[in-house]
Design a protein around this ligand. Structure first.
Ligand code: 7JU
Ligand code: MG
Length: 217
């Protein structure tokens, strides 16, 4: 076919979603994944929990690790207050390119910054280069072995404050070895596990973990 699944998804969105309407982009993306091709979006059930977190927390500065095609970036940003913003990091250049188009299609390019670099390198520069003081919301949705590396780096950089929320996808499938043990064993977090369906598969279960930072600033 010469095209990638992500490019085919973008083409479908451009043909079927309403420009500038985040809800339409998300609905259309879910429709694509249910009728044409599966993709690893934090879909309906996981997305509903993410919506709830954003609405309750009203975060000013959000960080997402693992943009993929931008589904959860759009999902988060559509509920952000006018001055709030989301920095989302995607190491794969092809995914980042598609994500930038999806963000534009949703009309959220002023709220979302897609960075095509390695997450650790960006985390180390958030304060100096990206003008970040504290992170109110962190969404971990990149490669599972990097969850623990990156959360430790975020703590080292003192980027969390009391009440900051760290939300992790896929803690059951593919699983986040070591992360769950670390975060649940840490006195600095209060964690809650949610059993949810695996994206677009009504007969498979995954899990997401919401951890509220209660540690020292
Ligand atoms: O690599 C990933 N990064 C971020 N999120 C993922 C995800 O939600 C998945 F379901 C999966 C996944 C893909 C194929 C499977 F068979 C199972 C899980 C992978 C990722
Ligand atoms: Mg995921």
């Amino acid at each position: 076919k010469g095209t990638t699944r992500e490019q085919r998804a973008l083409k479908y969105l451009k043909e079927h979603a309403r420009q500038g309407d985040p809800d339409s982009v998300l609905e259309t993306f879910d429709e694509f994944c249910r009728t044409q091709e599966w993709a690893m979006n934090a879909a309906e059930e996981k997305g509903d929990i993410l919506d709830e977190i954003v609405r309750e927390l009203q975060p000013t500065t959000c960080l997402e690790l693992g943009t993929y095609c931008g589904y959860s970036a759009v999902r988060i940003a559509r509920n952000l207050s006018p001055s709030a913003r989301l920095i989302t990091i995607e190491v794969n250049p092809d995914y980042a390119a598609v994500a930038r188009e999806v963000v534009k299609l949703a009309g959220l390019q002023d709220k979302i910054e897609v960075i095509n670099l390695d997450s650790a390198d960006v985390i180390r520069e958030l304060k100096t280069k990206y003008d970040v003081t504290k992170l109110d919301l962190v969404f971990l949705d990149h490669w599972k072995y990097l969850y623990i590396r990156d959360i430790k780096l975020i703590e080292e950089e003192k980027l969390l404050k009391k009440g900051s929320v760290v939300f992790a996808d896929n803690v059951i499938i593919p699983g986040a070895p070591g992360y769950l043990e670390y975060i649940r064993g840490s006195k600095n977090y209060k964690s809650t596990f949610y059993s949810v369906h695996f994206e677009y598969m009504d007969d498979m279960k995954d899990g997401v973990e919401k951890s509220v930072y209660i540690g020292d600033e």
